[in-house]
Design a protein around this ligand. Structure first.
Ligand code: ADP
Ligand code: AMP
Length: 213
């Protein structure tokens, strides 16, 4: 089963992808997480991506597509995967499709997590992330058991560099301009499903499970 998560930055794609991954035993592939890992490790890819990310822009397609195709060619992806944050542009979606076609495969589900822009800024300003295991929390909506500490691995939670309000605004503009057209792209392929992302995390997950049944 191959799943693409669509939705604005902060809509809850990562939160839901994590739950789908655990429920269905599929790898959760977040291009944002892969870039952040590269930045932390100081790789060339990380150095190149950082400027774009901090400015709220997209990392160029060429770089992103190469990295993603390499990741999905891994043995652990044979039974499918959940893509979170990829594709973000039509050329990225076409590149993925082209690669899948060669294998006689296709995306099975594109799940659009719908959240209005008004809610997004609040979501992102309260987001706290674990730099070690990638778990995501929200100060108000999904707080960790112990303030500032990851429930999963005990590491200290951090604020993402690109979650500053000015950058969030830019990222939303980029989303509407470059990523939203993917909704129509997947609708035309007949695999688009929409869920109300303003509901509680568990209710959103129930809706997704009903789609994947
Ligand atoms: P994305 O991967 O789409 O950027 P995240 O999964 O990181 O979004 O979620 C953004 C923020 O909103 C996080 O702080 C997360 O804990 C919180 N969040 C996610 N889903 C919900 C929800 N259904 N209700 C309230 N807050 C949520
Ligand atoms: P995310 O963690 O999905 O919110 O992504 C954080 C940032 O990483 C984005 O704002 C982009 O700068 C970059 N990024 C992640 N995925 C992609 C992608 N598919 N294409 C281009 N840039 C990406």
């Amino acid at each position: 089963m191959k799943i693409v998560m669509l939705g604005a930055p902060g809509a809850g794609k990562g939160t839901q992808a994590e739950k789908i991954a655990a429920e269905y035993g599929l790898p959760h592939i977040s291009t944002g997480d892969i870039f952040r890992k590269n930045i932390k490790e100081g790789t060339d890819l990380g150095k190149e991506a950082k400027g774009y990310m901090d400015a709220g822009k997209l990392v160029p397609d060429e770089l992103t597509v190469r990295m993603l195709l390499d990741r999905v060619s891994g043995d652990d992806c044979r039974g499918g995967y959940i893509l979170d944050g990829f594709p973000r542009t039509i050329p990225q979606a076409e590149a993925l499709d082209g690669e899948l076609k060669k294998l006689g495969e296709d995306i099975d589900f594109a799940i659009d997590v719908e959240v209005p822009d008004e809610n997004i800024v609040k979501r992102m300003s309260g987001r706290r992330a674990c730099p070690k295991c990638g778990a995501t929390y929200h100060l108000e909506f999904i707080p960790p058991k112990k303030e500032g500490i990851c429930d999963e691995c005990g590491a200290e939670l951090t604020i993402r560099d690109d979650d500053k309000p000015e950058t969030v605004k830019k990222r939303l503009d980029v989303y509407h301009d470059q990523t939203q057209p993917l909704i129509e792209f997947y609708e035309k392929k007949g695999v688009l499903h929409t869920v109300d992302g303003t509901a509680d995390v568990s209710d959103v997950f129930e809706a997704i499970k009903n789609i994947l049944k």
